[in-house]
Design a protein around this ligand. Sequence first.
Ligand SMILES: [Zn+2]
Length: 288
Amino acid sequence: MANSRCTYLVGDAKVSVLNSGDSVSTIAEVVRVPEEFRGAYGKKLDAKYLAPIWTIHIRLPNASILVDPNDYDLVCPPGSASVPENYKPAKVEDQLLELGVSAEEITHVVITHRHFDHYAGVTKKDLIMGYVPSYPRASCLLNKADWESSKKLEEDAAKYGVVLMDPEEDFRSLGVVRRANLLQLLDGDTELVQGLRIISAPGETPGHQIVRVAFGGKTLYCIGDLYHHSIEVEHPSWMAPWADPSTNAESRLALATAASSEEAIVVAGHMPVGRIEKSGSTFRWVDA
Ligand SMILES: [Zn+2]
């Protein structure tokens, strides 16, 4: 299975890529392909495929970090068109326990951007307490621009059907984390701990950010939704209709240049894990 769980050793870091669940997707839903190219791709743009929704755990010597914690049942409710037939993926918390990782040991949660499939798992429902933080000791790191720009995000959500909630009034998700004093808003690049850096990569949303793990001469990136499909690596001006074209293209060029020269492993939110190769002045995606 292309979308099954995998683990990578990056020097002293152990990176486990967990599939919170596959969603039924098409390229046309997430990439706006220019009219003149549509003929060349034919039916491929509307062909259904299974896209993973990754949650990534990074174990470092002094930190236990979760990137984009999802809750599949909230993002893809049972019976909705995005759920494959007779499909019930294992919950992220259970997959973490299988790896020997408890919710209490998580020190940081990094949210690449404020689209619900990248943070739906920050809370869980407690029968007595109501919604509580899923990772009670973890600082939850979101870029300030994604917290503040809720109007644009909400307009985009309404227009393009991206699932999103208003955090200020959100009683069951980021609002709960904020009231527990666990939400930390970042402003620009941040060296979180030795070997792990959060890098601004705006475009998909105003505060979109990516994670770079670099240890022992090896590098791995968690790039959120900087790309949704490999077609965008070859055609970096093709992107989701809600993305900002110029900032997104700049962010993509910076990542593709760095990741290809570092021969880094790249984990995009909804693609099989891979690498980016440079050929001449263009880039291409290679599945790992
Ligand atoms: Zn996403």
